[in-house]
Design a protein around this ligand. Structure first.
Ligand code: PBG
Length: 326
């Protein structure tokens, strides 16, 4: 059967028909909204390279969480900017560290808001690297113990999910063992299993002041040219006990999302990262593209590639737009 009997335009004729045959769904229930938390009082400061994204002080979080939850977004992921940085990043696992304070405040404001934490060293270390540094080298095994302490410190104050993002080998099993040993067997691990060394993290590093003081992250983050290696990364994390997997960034890696989706049955998240956000915001600010449709199209693409969940700075806007979408 073919044209003229078959006419694919028939099913595109009206908004109702188009909606009924739409293959991919997009809903705020799939969004995870990143929040940047800083010390101080009454701070709500826009991040220059990420219009619409703010640094929040802990006392301003409850209001933000109300807004997120009113939009039916179920989860946030937290990034903290510490008061001071040092070689191992003490505040990262301090009882009253910025993220620990934020978790308590969010859970007090809304116990149902799912709180995910980023578990990595780079925001807290004075050298900006994701591991302990000795002689210019980023040490792997020596870093694992700290990652475990960070995860436990987050679980202790109420985090629901910890998300290791440092691409250290063995990070998932180290964190699982630390959590279980401290009585937090019920806390899940969303592993940034497949994280590429990417130029698209630029605005984020400005936001959290984590640009490495020397070198780059290529000895631990993946080479963008590789996809078989991505499947090995995912397999290792599955074997180590990850509950969910993540691919990051999203847009230049849609094929990787698809490959991981096809091979693994774990829930899969994709991180629509800062540079991807800033590109759309910058073009929209110039009037070069329509922000609303570009964002929805982008998020649909990430879902179509196979992601169940999307970490995105567009979450609040997209949730609003989806309420009125045809
Ligand atoms: C590392 C971390 C990074 C991002 C999330 N967690 C940055 C990096 O690896 O340099 C990037 C997120 C984004 O660009 O939106 N803690």
């Amino acid at each position: 059967m073919s044209f003229p009997t078959v006419r694919l335009r028939r099913l595109r004729a009206t908004p109702t028909l188009r909606a009924m045959v739409r293959e991919t769904t997009l809903s705020p229930a799939q969004f995870i909204y990143p929040l940047f938390v800083v010390h101080g009082r009454d701070v709500r400061e826009e991040i220059a390279s990420m219009p619409g994204v703010y640094h929040h002080s802990v006392d301003r979080l409850a209001r933000e969480i109300d807004e997120v939850s009113a939009l039916d977004i179920p989860a946030v992921i937290l990034f903290g900017i510490p008061a001071s940085k040092d070689p191992i990043g003490q505040e990262n696992f301090a009882e009253d560290g910025i993220v620990q304070q934020a978790i308590r405040a969010i859970k007090a404001a809304n116990p149902d808001m799912l709180v995910i934490t980023d578990v990595c060293l780079c925001e807290y270390t004075d050298h900006g690297h994701c591991g302990i540094v000795r002689g210019g080298e980023i040490l792997n095994d020596e870093t694992l113990d700290i990652l475990g302490q960070v995860a436990v410190s987050h679980a202790r104050v109420g985090a629901d999910v910890v998300a290791p993002s440092g691409m250290m080998d063995g990070m998932v099993s180290a964190i699982r063992a630390a959590l279980d040993g401290a009585g937090y067997a019920g806390i899940s691990i969303l592993s940034y299993a497949i994280k590429y060394a990417s130029a698209f993290y630029g605005p984020f590093r400005e936001a959290v002041h984590s640009t490495p003081s020397f070198g780059d992250r290529r000895t631990h983050q993946m080479d963008s040219a590789n996809v078989r290696e991505a499947l090995r990364e995912a397999q290792l994390d599955v074997d180590e006990g990850a509950d969910m997997l993540m691919v990051k960034p999203a847009l230049a890696y849609l094929d990787v999302i698809r490959r991981v989706r096809d091979r693994f049955d774990l829930p899969l998240a994709a991180y629509n990262v800062s540079g991807e956000y800033s590109m759309i915001k910058a073009a929209a600010a110039h009037g070069w593209l329509d922000e609303r449709s570009a964002v929805i199209e982008t998020l649909i693409a990430i879902r179509r590639a196979g992601a169940d969940l999307i970490l995105t700075y567009h979450a609040k806007d997209a949730a609003r737009w989806l309420q009125t979408l045809e």
